[in-house]
Design a protein around this ligand. Structure first.
Ligand code: FES
Ligand code: FES
Length: 184
């Protein structure tokens, strides 16, 4: 057994578990974060994608001990103040959700792409989501949703965040939360 301390969706978590247990199991079974999906369990489909320190990570093949002292974001961590994240909203608006099984992983992968590239080409989007399989084959709408999300994010009034500057990113988040009406 091992005691794993990490941050999930901005909250400190402390879990006693077998060190080699997949992060996916800890998230779903111990923390109740069932938005992260089990697909293949072999690192082949992307359904289990979460963000670890902002990077898309396959939680089915990531041992829980690997995220000790790291920051994990699951699909449950994107919405703010009851409002969907712009990437989530774009998937809804563009009809990019069919059965929805791939959707959490797709959205987190797209979110990570747009954090570093706010004007991705269609080819860059396709490459970014190439590890996420949609068994409903809704790729056309998914790519369009990511393009739409990029456009919406560019139009936001929030200042763009410099690459990799987490201190400034946190400050922008804090200012947004503190503003009258909170973040939209
Ligand atoms: S469930 Fe993790 S990649 Fe398929
Ligand atoms: S929407 Fe069904 S697997 Fe992608």
């Amino acid at each position: 057994m091992a005691n794993i301390r990490f941050t999930v969706n901005g909250k400190a978590s402390n879990v006693d578990t077998e060190a080699n247990r997949p992060l996916l199991e800890v998230l779903r079974e111990d923390l109740g974060l069932t938005g992260t999906k089990y697909g293949c369990g072999e690192g082949q489909c992307g359904a289990c994608t979460v963000l670890v320190d902002g990077r898309p990570t396959l939680s089915c093949i990531t041992p829980a001990r690997a995220v000790q002292d790291h920051k994990v974001v699951t699909i449950e961590g994107l919405a703010r103040n009851g409002a969907l994240h712009p990437v989530q909203q774009a998937f809804v608006d563009e009809g990019a959700v069919q059965c929805g099984y791939c959707t959490p992983g797709m959205i987190l992968t797209a979110h990570a792409l747009l954090e570093h590239n706010d004007t991705p080409t269609r080819q860059e989007i396709v490459e970014a989501i190439s590890g996420n399989i949609c068994r409903c084959t809704g790729y056309g709408q998914i790519v369009e949703a990511v393009e739409y999300a990029a456009e919406r994010l560019r139009q936001t009034n929030l200042p763009r965040k410099p690459k990799g500057d987490r201190a400034i990113e946190s400050a922008v988040d804090a200012l947004s939360e503190a503003a009258p009406g909170g973040r939209r």
